[in-house]
Design a protein around this ligand. Sequence first.
Ligand SMILES: C[S@@+](CC[C@H](N)C(=O)[O-])C[C@H]1O[C@@H](n2cnc3c(N)ncnc32)[C@H](O)[C@@H]1O
Length: 314
Amino acid sequence: KSKQSADTTADSSPGQGTDKHRDETPSKKKFCFKAAKEHNIPEDLNKILENKVIETVSDLYYMNMSVVEKTCLDGADGEGIVSKSVSSHSDLIPGVYEGGLKIWECTFDLIDYFSEADIQFTNKTVLDLGCGAGLLGIVALRGKAEKVHFQDYNSTVIDEITLPNAVANCINGGNRVGSKNNRKTSKPPAKRPRKAECSPDALAKCRFFSGEWSEVSQLLLSSKPFSKYDIILTSETIYNPDYYSALHDTLAQLLDKNGRVYLASKAYYFGVGGGIYLFEKFIEERNVFRTSIVKIIDKGLQRYIMEMAFKDSS
Ligand SMILES: C[S@@+](CC[C@H](N)C(=O)[O-])C[C@H]1O[C@@H](n2cnc3c(N)ncnc32)[C@H](O)[C@@H]1O
């Protein structure tokens, strides 16, 4: 299955309902931001993939979203984000659901960029910030990162999508460990993962967090020992200007002094108002990071890859 036709791919700006919700949600001060939580990896890896259908995109395994949606509607979604997203016809409900159930197209831009620019993950500590499906972190894991942490706003996304995706990519080329019961792969994976394949051991390098950025940042900083990240990856996370301050401070608090952020974004997010220029301006004003646009994808609405580093870094 090609990445363009992946049925979970959100290939445009937020859904129709976004404007409506934004109108009904006057200011970020009224949002009830989600507390941070670490999600432990269950011991029984088979259970994580139970009732899931595995598909492939860009040589990576991911959970079929229609099936996840169904199990969520049947009760697996403690946050109720699937029903809220369906009933509001929206991929983003500020402060409630932040879009992690879909794979957004800039994820693939960043994955392509890693190969083109030969970005090295070997022995690096990596954070996939606003991870959704977590494909960026999984690519880093395959690239022999020392550790990879995944963060999403929604705990349902981590439990039902990110964690299963990491497991599927780590265990034996996406095949279920042990029993074949309930195995519902829609078709055998078309290709085996290229390069270094993940192993169950790779899963031990992963940690998973949900919650709002400032909250997760506090949780990480208070965990001892905490070491800052060499690389922070983040795709389609700058759509809402209300979150820029929290995002900026999180990056500033969690990035190693000589670390790099690779950020992918569309030029502009209709209905929400954020975009690459506004974020660039925000970063400039804060005067903490230097930025450079390292790639422009000029198909329809322009998309960008930005590299960020501390102003005083080497
Ligand atoms: C549009 S989704 C993109 C998901 C994924 N990176 C991709 O490219 O497919 C935006 C992600 O940013 C995260 N996010 C957005 N605002 C956030 C906030 N204020 N605090 C924590 N996470 C946030 C959400 O978890 C969500 O998954």
